[in-house]
Design a protein around this ligand. Sequence first.
Ligand code: DC
Length: 238
Amino acid sequence: MITKKMTKERKIIITVDGYSSCGKSTFAKAIARELGYIYIDSGAMYRAVTLFALRRGLVAEGIADEKRILEILPEISITFRPDRETGYPVTYLNGEMVEREIRDREVSENVSPVSTIAGVRARLVELQRALSTGGGVVMDGRDIGTVVFPDAELKIFMTASPEVRAQRRYLELVSKGLPADFDAVMRNLSERDRIDSSREASPLRRAEDAVILDNSEMTPEEQMIWFRELYRRRMNES
Ligand code: DC
């Protein structure tokens, strides 16, 4: 059981890293709701920068103009405001609501090359830290437990089998009425895994002190039961 006393006494930082389409954001949002913490989607920031670069014609077909993107970075402001109905943060790019657009296929296909640019990462890491002062934050991404918050009190690394991840992503696209092809989804996921894990700047890897959650065969409720136990133990240990 997670008691009110536990969540009030000490507000910690919880990091959730892992591969694409593992259900990180669903899980991280559920944790944040349960603890009364803020949820921060670091991937949305990389997606917002990618959208801006796409609009300026600085990235296309997976190739980014690194030099020009670094030049236009100071023109980009990324903010989050809570959705009126769900309370979850919605992404704004220079004051424009872009939550839907940043999830589009074009952004998904170009976000990996933009996020390999070290200068882009440095700027976004700064922003991620600034948004988290005081704790009480659940942040998901790829390098949150390794680079952004190496001293975070609770780190989780999520994984699931490639087939399960592709199936989830495929069903998500279908449910949104978007064109979906299972094999193409598999290819896009494995390409993103390859780039995310092999890039020079902050590659995706598990922090040594991160706890692994393989949710291939777990329901969202089973994941929450797993998390409550982990959190309770961690809070009692320290
Ligand atoms: O979590 P997501 O799929 O929305 O993230 C989009 C892309 O952003 C992903 O392909 C890798 C990149 N990303 C990153 O490099 N570092 C993070 N902390 C979060 C996302």
